[in-house]
Write a protein that binds this ligand. Structure first.
Ligand SMILES: Cc1ncc(COP(=O)(O)O)c(C=O)c1O
Length: 389
């Protein structure tokens, strides 16, 4: 389906709301029926009808259609956060006694869900280097039910060969789930590569304006239906109609925004990669990335997120350097919005409460938004003085 068509028209039944170009925010918790038989048949299929907004809602339903189509999936569920989407996708495929395999370094709260939460319910797990197919195969047990992938991840950007992982998992009757937040459906479609379920933090590119926290799971009608009937309805992670409407508005410009971010990041990464004070850059779209060829094979673009390790001798240098980049780069978590952001690892040093992270204090994750790349490069030029010895 044409992306322009689906972003502008798919799911928009305008004659049902006075031919308004923009759909209304259907801010209602429940929906009334004119006959008992209509009410009964709606209750029998809540996923495709409007009964109660913890399940389905007309504003959310438009979003479901568009997100599913973008990911080349049959259906989608929308959540109040990306973490809720990851949690429900994973939980829906597991029972006590099952075993899960996951990439070594998934998003931090996915890591905690697997290692601290699921283990409370009798689910065992192994974190593996999923870029190595032999390592995956060797870790598979008779009770392995899920292979969780995140390609690329959003801090150190390791990739997995999604088609090869999907084929291996299928051979062993294992479900594959891939967090596709980094690439967005514009630059990577895991379902087309054989993955069963795709999850997103829609807080990132899909919404793109840093004003909504949301998540998505996309998959086959059968998997989504099963997830809806128990996990989604029982855990209640629904998005509000108001946030769904904002997400719908943000989604309309997704291709434009991510293409700009991609273009700008590429220029900034090229500048940084040749700078004498840069130790290395990590960006799947840069030839120096260790999995550059795989990235070229399974992705069609890379967006605005990358990391850099600088040649800094003291943490104080990194503190001054990072502060000098403000406000061009806001000091804030998340990414995928209009604004450039930085998360210096130095923030996690000297906390007093936790051991320092496994990354050096000179490592910084950047997100380049919609600002002019020359404006961003100029900010770096001025800040580099703080890294001089
Ligand atoms: C890769 C990835 N997956 C999932 C999440 C969780 O999404 P949310 O913050 O929308 O709950 C994040 C959040 O940063 C993320 O970066």
């Amino acid at each position: 389906m044409d992306t322009s068509y689906l972003l502008t028209h798919l799911g928009e039944e305008r004659e049902e709301y006075y031919n308004a170009v923009i759909p209304p925010i259907m801010q209602s918790s429940n929906f009334a029926y004119n006959s008992l038989s209509d009410f009964r048949s709606a209750i029998l299929n809540e996923l495709d009808n409007f009964v109660y907004s913890r399940g389905n809602n007309p504003t959310v339903a438009i979003l479901r259609q568009k997100l599913a189509a973008l990911e080349q999936a049959e259906d989608a569920l929308v959540f109040g956060s990306g973490s809720a989407a990851c949690a429900v996708a994973i939980i829906s495929q597991l029972q006590a006694g099952d075993h899960l395999l996951s990439v070594q370094s998934p998003y931090s709260w996915t890591y905690k869900l697997i290692s601290k939460f699921l283990s409370r319910f009798g689910i065992s797990y192994d974190f593996i280097d999923a870029s190595n197919l032999q390592e995956i195969e060797a870790a598979i047990r008779p009770n392995t039910k899920v292979l969780f992938l995140e390609s690329p991840n959003s801090l150190t950007f390791e990739l997995q060969d999604l088609a090869a992982c999907a084929a291996l998992a299928q051979k062993h009757g294992i479900r594959t789930i891939c967090d596709n937040s980094y690439a967005s459906p514009i630059y990577q479609n895991p379902i087309a590569l054989g993955i069963d379920l795709v999850v997103h933090s829609a807080t990132k590119y899909l919404n793109g304006h840093s004003d909504v926290v949301a998540g998505v799971v996309c998959g086959s009608k059968a998997l989504i239906q099963k997830m809806f009937e128990l996990d989604y309805m029982a855990l209640g992670p629904a998005i509000s109609p108001n946030d769904a409407w904002l997400l719908l508005r943000g989604l309309r410009t997704l291709p434009l925004r991510i293409q700009k971010s991609n273009e700008h990041a590429k220029k900034v990464v090229d500048y940084l990669a040749q700078h004498p004070k840069v130790d290395y850059v990590l960006y799947p779209g840069h030839p120096s990335h260790p999995q550059y060829e795989l990235a070229q094979k399974q992705m069609s673009g890379f967006g605005g997120l990358f990391s850099v390790n600088f040649k800094a001798k003291r943490i104080e240098q990194m503190e001054r350097f990072s502060e000098a980049l403000m406000p061009t780069f806001l000091l804030a978590v998340s990414w995928g919005g209009f604004e450039s952001l930085q998360v210096p690892t130095a923030c996690f040093y000297n906390l007093g409460t936790a051991p320092p992270p496994p990354l050096p204090f000179s490592f910084v994750r950047y997100y380049v938004g919609l600002e002019d790349p020359d404006y961003i490069i100029d900010a770096f030029e001025k800040a580099f003085v703080h890294l001089e010895d």
